[in-house]
Design a protein around this ligand. Structure first.
Ligand code: CP
Ligand code: NVA
Length: 288
């Protein structure tokens, strides 16, 4: 039984296995006769839908649960909630405001626990990002990627994945918005032009993540020079544009880049379903 709360829970071999499983034509039905609990404390388009479809493809039944109906932490403790959910479900997946809630759930659960986004990490997104790089560039190792903007949950998981698989990630963020402890091989810079020089992929995410609304104006001011627009993209090496979505068009990215000939964001979104299937199959013991 293996939890995935963060990419750092995996080693390079496990990460490669999940990516292989994500592209496998047939994984069988490891969830046959079982449910998967999908618990959300925040909104979602891609994660909910890709996970629900991936569960169905693995032979299981997804149950979508919103925070208010469960009252986790108020009506019932996180520990008692997962002890209950695992009576019905073969796997428990959660999107939480506070990463420590996932740790509480994982500590109490016998069923595997999967992080569908927390304040610190978004491992399912990083799996789709790495698969997209592999498909577009033909490899991951040695590929130069630039991440421009707020070094948030998406950036942290991407950085850990790049570090494990040998992609050369450069992050550009203003002071106070970078990764304090970049994993080995990952560069934390300030200048966006320096980060994108020679990059094959340029990645960004929103300046204001879910739950940070009170910081909106301060974040917009701090990150204003970090917009991915045609001028910045042209400083890269004929680069592909990546974004986990949802995008705030006109803030961290322009329409021209989002809708331009070098956008890979819809392939990324598609890959969310394939990597969700690969990750869950791997957690249930399927191997390539
Ligand atoms: N990228 C992503 O996780 O999107 P959602 O928030 O819509 O699930
Ligand atoms: N950093 C964003 C990612 C959304 C998929 C957030 O946490 O809101």
């Amino acid at each position: 039984m293996t939890d995935i709360l963060a990419i750092r829970d995996l080693d390079a071999a496990a990460l490669r296995e999940i990516l292989v499983l994500s592209e496998a034509a047939q994984l069988g039905k490891p969830l046959a006769g079982q449910g998967v609990a999908l618990y959300f404390e925040k909104p979602s388009a891609r994660t909910r839908n890709s996970m629900e479809m991936a569960v169905v493809q693995l032979g299981g039944h997804p149950v979508y649960i919103q925070r208010d109906e469960l009252g986790l932490g108020t009506r019932e403790s996180a520990e008692d909630v997962v002890r209950t959910l695992q009576c019905y479900h073969g796997l428990i997946a959660a999107r939480v405001k506070d990463h420590s809630v996932l740790e509480q759930m994982a500590a109490a659960a016998d069923a595997p626990v999967l992080n569908m986004l927390s304040d610190s990490d978004h491992p399912l997104q990083a799996l789709a990002d790495l698969l997209t790089v592999k498909q577009v560039a033909g490899r991951i190792e040695g590929v130069r990627i630039a991440y421009v903007g707020d070094a948030n949950n998406v950036c942290r998981s991407l950085a850990e994945g790049c570090s494990l698989l040998g992609a050369e990630l450069s992050i550009a963020s203003p002071d106070g918005y970078g990764l304090a402890d970049p994993p080995s091989g990952v560069r934390q810079l300030v200048d966006p032009a320096e980060a994108v020089a020679g990059a094959r992929f340029v990645y960004t995410d929103v300046w204001v993540s879910m739950g940070q609304d009170s910081e909106t104006e301060a974040r917009r001011r701090a990150l204003a020079a970090y917009q991915v627009n045609e001028a910045l993209l042209s400083a890269a090496d004929d680069a592909w544009f990546l974004h986990c979505l949802p995008a705030r068009r006109g803030e961290e990215v322009t329409d021209a880049v989002m809708d331009g000939p070098r956008t890979a964001v819809w392939r990324q979104a598609q890959n969310r379903m394939h990597t969700a299937r690969g990750a869950m199959a791997w957690m249930l013991g399927v191997r390539p």
